[in-house]
Every structure is written in structure tokens, then in C-alpha cells.
Write a protein that binds this ligand. Sequence first.
Ligand SMILES: Nc1ncnc2c1ncn2[C@@H]1O[C@H](COP(=O)(O)OP(=O)(O)OP(=O)(O)O)[C@@H](O)[C@H]1O
Length: 255
Amino acid sequence: MDTDGVIPLSARNLTKLFHQGDHVVEALKNVSLEIQRGSFVAVMGPSGSGKSTLMHLMAGLTRCDEGEILVDGQDISQMNDGRLTHFRREKIGLVFQSFNLIPTLTAEDNITLPLFASGRTGDVKESLDKLLDRLGIAARRKHRPDALSGGEQQRVAIARALITDPAIVLADEPTGSLDTTTGKGICQILSELCTEQQRTIVVVTHEPAVAIWAKRVIVLKDGHMIDDFETAQFPDALSLATHYQNALDASEAAV
Ligand SMILES: Nc1ncnc2c1ncn2[C@@H]1O[C@H](COP(=O)(O)OP(=O)(O)OP(=O)(O)O)[C@@H](O)[C@H]1O
């Protein structure tokens, strides 16, 4: 994992349009932000506000219509598809709400898949063992996803995201399919990846109880960034939720 002084994630004047017949949806409008190394950022916003679109653009899974996205100082909007796929595999780990594990593979084969996909076929045992231990799933390594609980499946998905040692982890509603206690365990792991390993973590979430684990919250509404605040000022998720709701109400009143 690189730890030089370059800002890991930066977006400038990002705009993304979707065409639905004659109708154009402006999913993101002129969004600019910088995310520093080792920070844990939550992206919040009502349904349809552009959270997943922002995440997909930062991951290079979709292309922007205007603006630029710099990942470790390199403009991914200018990369061709092959270069972008290679770059993403090296720099970014992705975690999804629905885990996206391959049902026919064991936990450990799911985890090591990205290494083989990127041609790294050397000895993977040491890094695999370390991750299985770190995520508390060593005893479940030979099980297939259908024999794992939701929390265990998400731990496998996080291990899969980390096996290539990416500097950046992007997670879209990682606790959305989990109960509160299991979700808290996943938040704890993400938070530790940031504080102990200086990884940059960005989590899309609806839940103030998840956002309170982050150091910073970005709020989107109707494709605009309407707020950007530190969480240290809030003693609990409830007070963060109140601030978040006030920001949404204020933006409504301003229209
Ligand atoms: N592939 C697509 N084709 C057309 N419109 C899309 C597409 N993807 C997203 N949109 C639209 O773009 C807007 C932003 O969607 P996005 O999924 O980013 O929102 P979100 O904040 O992640 O919502 P949710 O919390 O419901 O997942 C919405 O109006 C959505 O309908």
C-alpha cells in the first residue's frame, strides 16, 4: 500500500447524467471533494440523491460526463477501459451491501480471487491467513457462502477487498443487509482499517449509526453536495441524525 503524500481521492466538478428515453436524470451535479489518506468518510443522503453514483464514479465503474476524478493523483476519467480495470484492482477494494460472493467457491477461494484475476499467482497463504485471522473467520475458511451468516459473508467480502492491499476501500451500504449488532462489528472493522492501517475508507450509508463511526460525513441531495462535516462534534448517532436532518431541511427551504 502506497503512503506517499498524494491525496488518494479527489473529484473536481463531477457531473453524471443518465438518459431515460427523452428524460435526462442529473444524478450528480458539479460535485467537488477531496478525501485525505487514512480518513473514514461516510456519504449520506436520501434515496436517489446520487450516493451510489458517486461511489461508482470514484471506483471507475462508470464514467463521468463532466469533471475529473483523481485516484492517487491519476485522472481515471482519462484512462482507457483496460488501464482502468488494472488500476482499480491495484488501488481500490470494493464492498457491497449484497456481499457479491461467488456461491460455488469457499470463503478462502472467494477472498483470493482478485489476486488471480490480477495475475498475482505467487504464494498467497501468508496474506490469506493474516486476513482470515484479522477478520475472525479462520474457522470458516472452507465453507461456501450459503453456510455462512450475513456478518461472516460480509467479513469474507471485506477480506476479498483487502487481499490486494488497496489504499482505498469503497463500501456501498455494507451493513444494509445485517442486523444492528452485526452491522456494528463491520463498522468497527472498517474504522480499525483506517486508524491502524491508514487506509482510506468511504462508506455509503443511510444510517446515522453507521455514519457516526466515520470521521467526516458528506451529504448529497438531488445530486448536489449540501453538507460536509466532522463527526467529532457529535456525542452520538442521534445528534448526528438531527444535524443531518437539519441540513436536508435547510437545503429544502433554500430552493
Ligand atoms: N443506470 C441508471 N439509469 C438511469 N438512471 C439512473 C441510473 N442509476 C441511477 N440513476 C438515477 O440517478 C439518481 C441517483 O441514483 P443513485 O443510485 O446514485 O442514488 P442513491 O443516493 O444511491 O439512492 P439509494 O439510496 O436509493 O440507493 C436517481 O434518480 C436514479 O434513479
